[in-house]
Each structure stands twice: as C-alpha cells, then as structure tokens.
Ligand binder design. Structure first.
Ligand code: DNO
Length: 405
C-alpha cells in the first residue's frame, strides 16, 4: 500500500514538512478553486505539483501529487441538463492535462446535490476528543422543519419524524442555523457551497430523476470518460455515497456492493474503478468491507481507511466517526484483504500493485482541539490513524506472521 495523505493546498494548516514527518509517501490533492465543470489547466496543475515538491526551507520534499481527489462531476452532468455535454468534454480535457503531468488516479463521486454530510462537526467523546457525527433525528429535523422540504416527514419512520419535531421545537435560531450550516454549506472537498435556497432549487430539478435514471446518467458519463482514462493508462475511482443511503428524497446509487457491481459491469473497463471508503460504506450494517475488497478488489484503485460506530441497526441511521481501529469495520481483516489483492496483482504483473491508501478523517485530539483545521482533517488525529494502520500493514506483511504474500 502506498501511504498517502489529503492536502487541501497552501491554505491547509498541515504543511508539506508535517506530512513528511508523519511518514507520508504521496499526496492526494485537488484544485478546489477551479469552478466545477471547468478545465483544469496544465498551468494550475503544475503550480500545485510545485507547491507539493518543496519543504518550508525550499529543499526538495520528494513528495508528489499522486491522487486527485476529486475531479468533481457537475450537477449538470448528474442531471444531464444545461451544459452537461461541454462539462464532459472539459472533464476529458482535464484528464489529458493530468495525464501529461504524470497523475494517474482520479477520484470523484456521483452524489446528487450534497457531497458528504454530517450533523455535528465536533461531537464530544467521553475522553474530551471530538469527532464528526451524523444524527438521523437531527437530519430529519433539518429536512422537515428547517429546509421544510414538502413531503419530507413521510420519508422517515414515524418515531424519528416525531422525535425530530420535538427536537426542532426546542432549537433556538442559532442552533437551527448551525445545523443547516453543518449539513449543506459544504464540508472540506465538497465541490459546492450551497445556500438553503440553492438546495431547494436543486431538489426541484431532481423531482423526476429516479435512482434508475441517475444510475444511467452515471453510466453515460463513464461511457464517455472511462475509455479516455483507459487509453491514457489512468484509473478513475468512484467514491461511495456518504452517508450511504438516500437523503432529502434524493436517490443515492453508490451505497452498496450491488451498486458497485452494476456500474463496474455496465462500463467494463479496468479504468472504471472504485474508491473503497470503509468509513462511508461502513455506516450501513449490510456492507461487508473486507468481503467487498476480496470480491471487487481488482477494480479498487484507491483506499480510504476510516471507521464509524453505528448507533442503530437501521440502514438509515445515526453514527459517529470512531478511532481508526474502533467502530464496526474489522480493519485487520480489511487490510489483510488489501494485501491479498496486492499479492494477486504482483503475480499478474500489474503495475498498480501498490494501492494508494489514506487515513481518512481523524478525531480531534491533543493540539488539534481548538486549532480549527478543516472539519474531519486534523493533523494529529489523522497521524494517529495512519500510525495505527501502518502498524497493522507492517505486522501482516511480516514473515513471522506466516502470511505468504
Ligand atoms: C470526505 C471525503 C469526500 C470525498 C469526495 C470524493 O472526507 O471522503 O469529500 O473526497 O466525496 O469525491
């Protein structure tokens, strides 16, 4: 596995030096300032590469931009409206420019309107650390009473809708504003920052888009871009829905193993691949992450390693972001499955037998607290996660374990 780290660019509180000291081998980044749908120019790509290549004192870092997360897919492409055809052609153009710069792995997602979302960005744990949390009742309170989406109450079990009404009635204006901000105003890496009215407008446009339609739109997009990626030797990898269930009445189509299987089969090219995010997928009780790695591994081009603790067995339910080795996913089994896949690739002579992984998210601990880094992306919490994951990787690959890789 290639140990990578997400870097949001020069404004990131984590420096290139910090990443090196954390033992990072490669960098995951994106041109967040380029509006979604526009071409990523060679000049902008080169600028980011040179920012990554230098330490604070100007010496060479030895680090390179290895994974794009994300080259975002526009709402127009997802809905097949407006400028979608020119956005697809711009997407291909960006792929060419990234290829010319030597970058091969491209992550994206196909979540309608909202990218990843949480209701609480700094939930206090008993030890004083904080983490992100998704509370389904709070989300329902937002959906039914703050966004006031017509018909929203019917999308929740009666007990959740009732509890949401009681909670909403007790919320002050400040609490309502904070909840709305957490949910829709864009977490790090999200392609858009929406207002409530923007969201209402988008929801109206999705009224006639069923899950089947959205899946077809993804297939149409991939039928155009995956052959380009394939011919350039690049690997596209779709990030799962986070959380992995429908929100605000919108379809979500990359939430389960069956979802991935359908898309992999529909555009059956190695370049049409997967970002296996154990944290996103792990929020559903019916997703078996090590099993998915075993069964879909040949197409997994990027790994997000993170854990969540589910608070209910319901498919749509509350969860919080646990420590990397805590929570519901068996990380040792997951990492063992990745190592088996890498061994298969080595035997097959594949050049991509070192799959990039990054420690995804982290709890805010120690000096992270009060530092106001990007939500979910503290330096020490992630460093702890990476160190723990690296320990497992090292142990499982060690000959004394007798694991013949
Ligand atoms: C959250 C991230 C997401 C992810 C995009 C991929 O921490 O995993 O922002 O980058 O959904 O397109």
């Amino acid at each position: 596995m290639r140990q990578t780290w997400r870097w949001f660019g020069p404004k990131d509180l984590v420096s290139i030096d910090d990443m090196l000291q954390a033992g990072v081998e490669g960098v995951v980044s994106a041109l967040h300032h380029v509006p979604t749908g526009e071409i990523w120019s060679s000049a902008e790509i080169t600028r980011r590469q040179s920012e990554i290549s230098r330490m604070r004192d100007g010496s060479a870092s030895g680090l390179a931009w290895e994974v794009v997360e994300s080259l975002p897919v526009s709402e127009d492409i997802k809905k097949q409206k407006g400028d979608w055809r020119s956005h697809i052609s711009n997407y291909k153009h960006s792929l060419h420019n990234l290829h010319a710069a030597g970058i091969e792995v491209i992550c994206y997602n196909f979540m309608p309107v909202l990218d990843w979302t949480r209701t609480d960005l700094a939930w206090r744990l008993p030890n004083g650390a904080t983490c992100m949390r998704y509370d389904h009742t709070d989300f329902a309170a937002f959906d039914i009473h703050i966004l006031a989406r017509p018909g929203a109450a019917a999308d929740y079990p009666a007990a959740i809708a009732d509890a949401a009404s009681q909670r909403a009635a007790r919320m002050t204006e400040d609490m309502r504003a904070a909840l709305a901000r957490n949910i829709v105003f864009g977490l790090p890496g999200a392609a858009e920052n929406f207002t409530l009215d923007d969201v209402r407008g988008h929801l109206a446009e999705y009224r006639h888009i069923t899950a089947e339609r959205l899946r077809q739109n993804l297939i149409d997009f991939l039928s155009e871009v995956a052959p380009v990626a394939q011919s350039l030797g690049m690997r596209l990898c779709c990030h799962p829905d986070d959380p992995p269930f429908p929100l605000m009445g919108l379809p979500r189509i990359m939430s389960t193993e069956a979802d991935y299987q359908a898309i992999m089969q529909a555009v059956d090219l190695p370049a049409n691949g997967i970002t296996l995010c154990s944290g996103s997928l792990g929020a559903r009780p019916d997703n078996d992450i090590p099993g998915m790695m075993d069964r879909l591994g040949a197409r997994v081009h990027f790994l997000h390693m993170r854990n969540v603790a589910r608070e209910t067995e319901a498919i749509s339910g509350s969860f919080y972001e646990a420590e990397h080795l805590g929570g519901g996913t068996d990380m040792v089994a997951f990492i063992a499955a990745v190592l088996r896949e890498e061994a298969r690739r080595r035997t097959a002579g594949r050049s991509d037998c070192n799959i990039p992984m990054r420690p995804d998210h982290g709890q805010d601990i120690l000096d992270d607290l009060g530092r106001k880094a990007q939500p979910g992306y503290p330096s020490i919490g992630r460093l702890k996660g990476l160190a723990e994951l690296r320990g497992i990787m090292t142990a499982l690959a060690h000959p004394v374990e007798g694991l013949s890789l």
